[in-house]
Design a protein around this ligand. Structure first.
Ligand code: SF4
Ligand code: SF4
Length: 452
């Protein structure tokens, strides 16, 4: 069976499932000084200061740090440690709204043409806007890019340093999970920042061609098709894939399915096979930050689950607490069984509703008791082999989980623990309801702790 044909097929959701839902501005935001993997920013404001939307309130202080901007106008009421969604206590700036939503300065007039900008200037603007790459390992987007005349070097598996040039910019309208819809939503509506975002990413990566990956179950907006058709050099194309197949939206299976390129595992990256892979959301954020120089103060997330009154795609200010978001969506309809940040298959369950929505979060799901399928306990592995049949990276999840459960992390590592992309397909099919991904994450964490 082909590598990318594994996984599971989930019901295709109607495009209207991913319509936008309006919410009011929050009265209070909590802005952690780190919302990515990297160093903390340093506060540039004090308690009592008045701030406007887009004002710099945290400056980068160390490698991999990003600037932080106020996301509402109002007063800084506290700067203190606050829990983030990973359960870490992070210094955070808390702002109470003044109700005016006034910006530090009007967004810059759109520049006609960004082709006059050189790659270092593009990178400076992306970094200055504080754009974070969402995903399993959220990092500042600027850290993922390098101008083509200064390509990054990578260690090959044999330990030799190599320089890999990027030939393709892959822009995906598939979401990490079929229940998530931000990218499919963005592919259905015209966005004037898409073209400048693509131009900026091509300039900074050196990619010569652009390929859009679109869910074949949801027709994209005509402008996207025109963009592909209008390219006389035929360096832009659209590829239709089945968005109901999971985990096709994740980088490793996606590159195999779209281009037939195998990202080396473990620890591989799309650029190792000459691809710059970004989703629609990221490309549009790049367009806004480069052309209009607007800092990242809001984010698009999917909200779903049977216990929520409203479901769809929400544009919210970064730092909005989860309970505020739920309230602004009309509250809960049912006794919520599980609150998940991220998708139902790959997200993390949460019990603390005061944590803020940060730049690295892509979804909030509040599942009802029926949806959560809570059994209360899990059973022994019965060696049915279902998990092996669905694993997209050819692991033996049942066996791997036994090593992890018995704290034999060293053996689990030799059996491919770090090749696991944490897609959750094995969890989904396991008739014994074994918490396989949970065990894998715990084992990885223990091993990483041991070497740090
Ligand atoms: S072992 Fe990892 S990669 Fe394989 S199905 Fe399970 S979660 Fe996905
Ligand atoms: S699906 Fe569950 S019960 Fe079946 S082999 Fe895998 S871990 Fe064991």
């Amino acid at each position: 069976m082909g590598f990318f044909l594994r996984g599971i097929r989930l019901p295709v959701k109607k495009a209207s499932t991913f319509d936008s839902v309006e919410t009011p501005l929050p009265q209070r935001v909590i802005l952690p000084l780190r919302q990515y993997i990297g160093e903390l920013s340093k506060p540039t404001v004090s308690v009592g200061d008045k701030v406007k939307v887009g004002q710099l309130i945290g400056s980068p202080d160390g490698e991999g740090a990003l600037p932080l901007h106020a996301t509402i106008s109002g007063k800084v009421v506290d700067i203190k440690e606050h829990l983030d969604h990973k359960g870490s206590s992070v210094p955070s700036i808390i702002i109470e709204a003044d109700g005016t939503d006034s910006w530090i300065e009007a967004p810059k007039a759109e520049e006609e043409d960004i082709s006059c900008l050189d790659p270092p200037e593009i990178l400076r603007r992306i970094q200055g806007a504080g754009v974070v790459l969402k995903g399993l390992l959220p990092i500042p987007l600027g850290s993922d890019l390098a101008p083509p005349d200064q390509p990054k070097t990578y260690l090959a598996l044999n330990g030799r340093e190599v320089v890999k040039r990027i030939d393709t910019l892959l822009v995906t309208a598939l979401d990490p999970e079929p229940s998530l819809g931000v990218n499919r939503y963005l592919a259905r509506i015209h966005n004037s920042e898409l073209a400048p975002g693509i131009a900026a990413l091509k300039a900074t990566t050196g990619a010569e061609r652009t390929l859009f990956v679109v869910d074949r179950n949801h027709r994209p907006c005509p402008q996207l098709e025109e963009m592909a058709g209008a390219d006389e050099q035929e360096a832009t194309g659209i590829l239709l894939l089945d968005g109901g197949r999971f985990p096709l939206g994740l980088p490793v299976p996606l590159l195999k399915a779209a281009l037939g390129r195998q990202v080396p595992l473990p620890y591989g990256h799309p650029r190792d096979v000459g691809v710059a892979l970004y989703d629609m959301d990221t490309v549009i954020s790049v367009g806004r930050s480069v052309r209009q120089q607007i800092p990242q103060v809001e984010t698009l997330i999917t909200v779903g689950g049977g216990a929520l009154s409203k479901r769809g795609i929400v544009r919210i200010r970064i730092g909005t607490p989860i309970d505020t978001l739920i309230e602004s969506l009309g509250g809960l309809t049912d006794d919520p069984a599980k609150i998940i940040l991220g998708g139902p298959l790959m997200g993390m369950a949460h019990y603390e509703l005061g944590v803020p929505i940060t730049k690295d979060i892509g979804a909030l799901f509040v599942l009802s008791r029926d949806e959560a399928g809570i059994s209360g306990h899990y059973r022994q592995c019965i060696n049915c082999g279902l998990c092996v049949r669905v694993c997209p990276v050819n692991l033996v999840p049942g066996m791997l989980s036994l090593y992890c459960a018995k704290d034999r992390f060293d053996v689990a590592q030799t059996q491919g623990l770090f090749t696991c992309i944490e897609c959750g397909c094995c969890d989904y099919v396991c008739p014994s309801h074994r918490p396989l991904v949970h065990l894998f994450r715990h084992a990885k964490h223990q091993l990483m702790e041991a070497i740090s």
